[in-house]
Every structure is written in structure tokens, then in C-alpha cells.
Design a protein around this ligand. Structure first.
Ligand code: ADP
Ligand code: 5GP
Length: 202
């Protein structure tokens, strides 16, 4: 069986990653999502185990110590990390998996898994990013300012990514992300079996 693909999705907070990913998963339930372990407080509307496992700092530090994380980072004062085992399991079972991480997490994954495909979700403009963050209404003014400062650093690092998708129209952005995944599924290294299958039956 050929290995599954690892797709790393980043973009500043408020750029629309969740919205774009929801659109993609609604149409493609076969693709897996890596549930991160994080120490920030749960936002209204969030549910344990959906996108995140909300854990204590002590539990998180224990996971670091036991080498249970593929990558981890501190973002605006909280730990965020990708559990290693579910990603390894998906890849070995030939399943595609999406990992949503910030730019530092993406850099760590690139080092450990050079075959990972990286995608940056870009807001159409900085003004629109601010509008979306304020409009989402999930953070205080102070936290929004911190996230916007972090956004500038993240956007400067967008050139480290294999693909940039501008999230102007969310449905179109979901389709673009799916196009990237479909193109990777067509790579020769993922279709070696078909060469033998056709030759065996000649
Ligand atoms: P992220 O996951 O990157 O932090 P979200 O998906 O939570 O971002 O989106 C931030 C806000 O912007 C949400 O209120 C969402 O409804 C809105 N949003 C996302 N994509 C678009 C879009 N293409 N056009 C307009 N608003 C959008
Ligand atoms: P939020 O608090 O808005 O849900 O996420 C804040 C930032 O953390 C976003 O840039 C998001 O992509 C990133 N993030 C989410 N999960 C992880 C993770 O497991 N590891 C890292 N490094 N960043 C993450």
C-alpha cells in the first residue's frame, strides 16, 4: 500500500483556516484531521476533541518529555502541539491527513517530514484580516492586537510554503486546497502499484 500524504496548513489567526477546512471536510470525509493538544482556554462554540484536546500545561510538558509530539510551539502564551502517533498511523495506512499549525510548527514538520506538502492560507488584505478577527468576536481587544502582530510575522514567512491560497471566497479556497491534495494523489510515488498491476495482467 502506498503511504498517505501529510498536508500542513498555516495562516494567520482569522485568515479563515477553519472555515476553509470545514468546507473541504464536508465534501471529502475520507481526509483525516490532526487534533492538536493545546493549553489555551476553550472558546465559546469549541468542543473537546473536535479540533483540539484542551489539556493542562503539566500534561503538555509530560507529552514533550515522552516524545509524543511531532512539533510544538508557544503561541500568544499557550502551548500548541501535534500528537505524533495519529499522524504516523494515518501515513502508514495510506490515509491523507491535514495538520493545522503556525509557521514555527510548519518549519519543525518540514525538517522531520520533508515529503509533507505545505499550504499557506492568506487573507485578501491585512484590513480584511482585522475585520474578520474582530467580527469573529472570540477574543478581547488586547488578544486581537497580539494576534495581528503575530500575523505580520507569519505573512512574512509565507514564502517558505509550497502553495499560497488566498481566502477571498471560502468555497473557492476549499476547492483550491482540494486541488493541491488531488494533485499529490496523482504523483507517481503514490501510484507505483498501478504500474505492476497493469504489467502483471499483460
Ligand atoms: P482561522 O481558523 O484562520 O483563525 P476562521 O475560519 O475562524 O479563521 O475565520 C475567521 C472569521 O472570518 C470567521 O468569523 C469566519 O466566518 C470569517 N471568514 C472566513 N473565511 C471568510 C471569507 N472567505 N470571507 C469572509 N469571511 C470569512
Ligand atoms: P487558535 O488559538 O486561533 O485556535 O490558534 C492559534 C494558532 O495556533 C493558529 O496559527 C493555529 O494554526 C496554530 N495551531 C493550531 N494547532 C497547532 C499545533 O498543533 N501546533 C502549532 N505549532 N500551532 C498550532
Amino acid at each position: 500500500m502506498s503511504k498517505g500524504g501529510v498536508f500542513v496548513v498555516s495562516g494567520p489567526s482569522g485568515s479563515g483556516k477553519d472555515t476553509v477546512l470545514k468546507g473541504l471536510f464536508a465534501e471529502n470525509p475520507d481526509i483525516l484531521f490532526s487534533i492538536s493538544s493545546i493549553t489555551r482556554a476553550m472558546r465559546p462554540g469549541e468542543r473537546e476533541g473536535e479540533k483540539y484536546n484542551f489539556i493542562s500545561r503539566e500534561h503538555f510538558e509530560e507529552m514533550i518529555k515522552n516524545d509524543l509530539l511531532l512539533e510544538h510551539n508557544v503561541f500568544v502564551g499557550n502551548y500548541y502541539g501535534t500528537p505524533r502517533i495519529p499522524v504516523e498511523k494515518a501515513v502508514s495506512e495510506g490515509r491523507d491527513i491535514i495538520i493545522e499549525v503556525d509557521v514555527n510548527g510548519a518549519a519543525q514538520i518540514r525538517k522531520k517530514l520533508p515529503e509533507a506538502v505545505t499550504v499557506f492560507i492568506m487573507p485578501p488584505s491585512f484590513a480584511e484580516l482585522k475585520r474578520r478577527l474582530v467580527g469573529r468576536g472570540t477574543e478581547s481587544e488586547e488578544l486581537i492586537e497580539k494576534r495581528l502582530r503575530s500575523a505580520l510575522d507569519e505573512i512574512r514567512r509565507a514564502e517558505e510554503y509550497d502553495y499560497i491560497i488566498v481566502n477571498d471566497d471560502a468555497a473557492a479556497a476549499s476547492q483550491s486546497l482540494m486541488s493541491v491534495i488531488k494533485a499529490c494523489r496523482l504523483k507517481t510515488e503514490r501510484q507505483k502499484n498501478i504500474i505492476n498491476e497493469v504489467l502483471e495482467k499483460c
